[in-house]
Design a protein. Sequence first.
Length: 96
Amino acid sequence: MSFRVHLNKRTRLFILSLTLSHQERIGKLIDRLGDNPYPPKTKIIAFSSTNFDIKKCKGHQSRLRARIGEYRLIYQVVEARGLVIVLKLDTRGDVY
């Protein structure tokens, strides 16, 4: 099942303010979220540019966190509508 990824204007502007290398990594993550927004069942030992650290947020059933270097992307999955909503993208200290 393919999901649509919704980014709000603030998130888009934040992505555009980042360096090109970070923009590319976040773009790869967003593409991957459209294919499968859920974390892998197995632990990934070595992280590469295509493997992202994705975990569920405590206290929320459908809210997840993806780690991209020093940045964190918080998103929510709406399974019934086939939608991934990016709630926030910011540095590690400011996103929570």
